[in-house]
Write a protein that binds this ligand. Sequence first.
Ligand SMILES: [Zn+2]
Length: 292
Amino acid sequence: MRVRFWGVRGALATTEPGAQGVGGNTPCVEVRDERDALVVLDAGIGLYWLGRSLLAGPHGRGKGEVTVLLSHTHWDHIQGFPFFVPAYIAGNQVSIWGGVTPHLEDILEGQLNPIYSPIVSLANMGATIRVKQLETQEGAIAVGDLRISHARLHNGSHDCVGYRIEEGGRALCYVAEVQHAGGALDPAVVELARGADILIHEAYFTDEELAQGGRVGLAGPASPRSQGHSSYGQATDLALAAGARRLYYFYHHPDRDDAAIEALVAAQRDRVAARGAALEVDAAREGTELRI
Ligand SMILES: [Zn+2]
């Protein structure tokens, strides 16, 4: 299995020069099986750049297939889809899976409403697009040699979906957003990440911000309230509890620059070492390619 980060930023994209080492695009992760079958985790702004990269291959000739797995439908997880160029090429097959939110297809159609977009409808995009609800799926989804299972996770005022993707005994776990209610790790997330070779887990807050209720944005008290997110320490604790091998902090706060993120990662490395654990931790960075 191969993995590439195309978008790692939470809430909204950032063009701040000091933040581009990690990257400024909202969530999008490319996953390939050993035979190149393609799954995409979330459709944030990073999906635009992934789409461009696909044009040199079968997706540029109307012979491509792609399965998009949505964690939920907040803007930052779907805003890249209207800009996903392979979805405009006739012959391409695009499957979009999501859950928790009823009427997923209506929501995706809604963001193309002429009030927001000149596209008007998914039907105008050109490719064959199928939108499917996870609730109707029994058992794991198969895409090529990838086996995909999911869990419903709590996230503040709404819920979202976490994914586990396996191939040949290797596992990737993706938790784009989650709130560990009351500070206790959500057992559903621990189970989903059990023994994962790679865990991608959000770390929108520092531990201090989370302790303050996570309600004050970094830009000050007048910022929009932010709830339903995790901290660096929680992501680390979850990876340790699940026995994951490698953890990537994901969904970086838009106000946090590269230096701040690196300092937070370094502190977590010290924490892991102090516990004598073998867990490897790093920040998810756009452009990073992983092999599992
Ligand atoms: Zn959200």
